[in-house]
Design a protein around this ligand. Structure first.
Ligand SMILES: Cc1ncc(COP(=O)(O)O)c(C=O)c1O
Length: 430
């Protein structure tokens, strides 16, 4: 991929925005009118304008007027409609994705089912960069297994927040039941080579479960082509589905018959409205669903997916790499001299769509950035302990000018020690 030649002035940012073929997608999102630079789409994506109308319609016309009839006018099929669109974004077959529950719950369902399938193998392999909920779910499964299962954690390389493939592969053997990793890790954005890890695991008879929360909608994925076994992911980050929107799960066709879901609910039954007292698993992916879908949150997912499909995930990736590289280029010049270090890989092939910068005062710098004073914009990244500021790049709506202004604002806040005016007391959500 050939990247433009960047320069350190604001004109460069303006020119990059002018040449950006995806620039018009920004107009498809809601903006409050405040001078606000939002670099946290890796945590909660912006609100697509189409979602406002769609929710309004679902609340008033459907729930309000049609009430229960709405289930027979599209609501019942909605999970499948959404799942087909997610499948096309993550490179899965149409009948390999179910949209339901939260990422944590989907991980529990798939990890437990995989562990039951892998009888006699006692080891689960993960890494220390994984998101805590993933590790908690694995710990909870092990705590109840009674089979002496053990969680083995691959360490990250000190200093660059990555896990070496050799390090991980050294832990995978004929005793490994599951390998469970985030494809793009939440703090550093380190990205695994999915195909390579699948191959290593399969050679040893292990099943791989990928958490795609920071990957779906951010980087191109080829779940089927890379022979991925299982995956989970959320829809509220790069897919712009809204706060707490339902998650998805992926089960490769080849495993669908073999795996038995650990929770048998009526939405995973062959004919829920037969009200059969004896559970009969639905055929295919639907058996991994459990209860009634949260229709309003589910409906809100579709417009964000439509935008990604329209823009094309490969085009989004090209812009994302160009923007993360631009941020790194500026940070080297303006921020490293002020005591910042990179908390993300510098090789774009090993990086997702956010860049972490580390500084001993990261929390207070974040507080100062978020607070709009004296005509300065509010810059909204987020903080991840102990010392990371994550700058999320969402190419559907992030501009080069925003990146330029954000980096220069960080520089200013540190130079004039403005952060010293802010408390180190942590908010509930950082
Ligand atoms: C990588 C990753 N996995 C899982 C989760 C949690 O997902 P949920 O709250 O949908 O269970 C998050 C939340 O941010 C995450 O970043």
């Amino acid at each position: 991929m050939r990247l433009p030649d960047y320069t350190y002035d604001n004109d460069c940012a303006l020119q990059l925005d002018e040449k950006d073929d995806l620039h018009h997608f920004r107009n498809k999102f809601y903006f409050s009118g405040k001078d606000q630079i939002y670099l946290d789409g890796n945590s909660l994506g912006r609100l697509p304008l189409a979602t406002q109308d769609l929710l309004h319609n679902n609340i008033n016309a459907k729930w309000g007027n049609e009430l229960i009839n709405s289930w027979n006018q599209g609501w019942y099929e909605l999970p499948e409609t959404i799942s087909r669109k997610i499948a096309s974004i993550v490179g899965a077959g149409e009948d390999e994705i179910a949209t339901c529950d939260s990422t944590s719950i989907n991980l529990y369902k798939l990890a437990q089912a995989a562990l039951n399938r892998q009888k006699g193998r006692t080891q689960i392999v993960s890494d220390e960069l994984n998101f805590p909920t993933d590790l908690y779910v694995l710990q909870s499964i092990i705590s109840r297994s009674g089979n002496n299962h053990k969680l083995v954690i691959a360490p990250s390389n000190d200093g660059d927040n990555q896990v070496r493939t050799e390090e991980l592969s050294g832990l995978i053997n004929e005793n490994t039941a599951i390998v469970m990793l985030s494809h793009v890790t939440f703090k550093s954005a380190f990205m695994y080579d999915m195909q390579k890890i699948n191959e290593i695991a399969h050679r040893n008879g292990a099943i791989v479960i990928w958490d795609l929360s920071h990957a779906a909608g951010a980087v191109p994925l080829q779940l089927s082509a890379s022979d991925a076994d299982l995956a989970v992911g959320c829809t509220y980050k790069y897919l712009n589905g809204g706060p707490g929107s339902p998650a998805f799960l992926y089960v490769n066709k080849k495993l669908q018959n073999e795996l038995v879901p650990p929770i048998w609910g009526w939405f995973g039954e062959q004919q829920p409205f037969d009200f059969n007292p004896q559970y009969r698993p639905a055929h295919g992916i639907r058996k991994f669903m459990v209860g009634t879908p949260p229709i309003l949150s589910l409906a809100a997912v579709e417009p964000g997916l439509n935008l990604i499909l329209e823009a094309g995930i490969n085009n989004l990736r090209v812009k994302s790499v160009s923007q993360t590289e631009y941020l790194i280029f500026l940070a080297k010049r303006f921020l490293l001299p002020l005591g910042f270090k990179f908390g993300s890989p510098l090789d774009p092939k090993a990086r997702g769509s956010h860049v972490s910068l580390q500084h001993p005062e990261s929390y207070r710098i974040c507080r100062a950035l978020i607070h709009p004073i004296d005509g300065h914009p509010a810059v909204i990244p987020d903080f991840r302990a102990p010392d990371n500021i994550r700058f999320g790049i969402t190419p559907l709506y992030t501009t080069f000018s925003e990146i330029y202004r954000a980096v220069r604002r960080v520089e200013e806040i540190v130079k004039i020690r403005l952060y010293e005016k802010y408390s180190d007391k942590r908010n509930a959500v950082t």
